[in-house]
Design a protein around this ligand. Structure first.
Ligand SMILES: [Zn+2]
Length: 121
């Protein structure tokens, strides 16, 4: 008998041929066992919820960093973006990180140019 033709009873563990519907030893139903043994979808709604909101916080902070809270908002955006669970697959978090980095680079570059300009004058 090939290995594929054998299945083990979930109740008593005895060998049965795979075409059997009931265990030859204890009479347990294989149909029911197969149905209950189906892997259930992992529920991660709470995780998705928290990461979603953090990504949105990151995006909002990056917009605030562009408008009313320069640098502070951008730093908050980058930090919350990276804190987001699985941020690479969260478009809000990615957008927040990118916008945050761009505004930090623009503001930082502007500050360096200003200092360089003041040093030269
Ligand atoms: Zn059995």
């Amino acid at each position: 008998m090939a290995l594929n033709d054998v299945k083990f009873c979930p109740e008593c563990g005895s060998k049965n041929s795979s075409d059997k519907k009931f265990c030859g030893d204890c009479g347990a139903s294989f149909e029911a066992a197969i149905k209950t043994a189906q892997p259930t979808q992992p529920t991660k709604t709470t995780e998705e919820k928290s990461s979603f909101s953090l990504g949105v916080v990151s995006l909002i902070a990056s917009i605030l960093g562009l408008s009313c809270f320069p640098l502070l908002g951008s730093f908050v955006a980058v930090i919350t973006g990276f804190l987001t669970t699985d941020w690479k697959s969260d478009k809000f978090a990615v957008a927040g990180i990118i916008i945050g980095f761009i505004s930090i680079a623009v503001l930082g570059g502007g500050l360096i140019l200003l200092i360089a300009y003041l040093a030269m004058v």
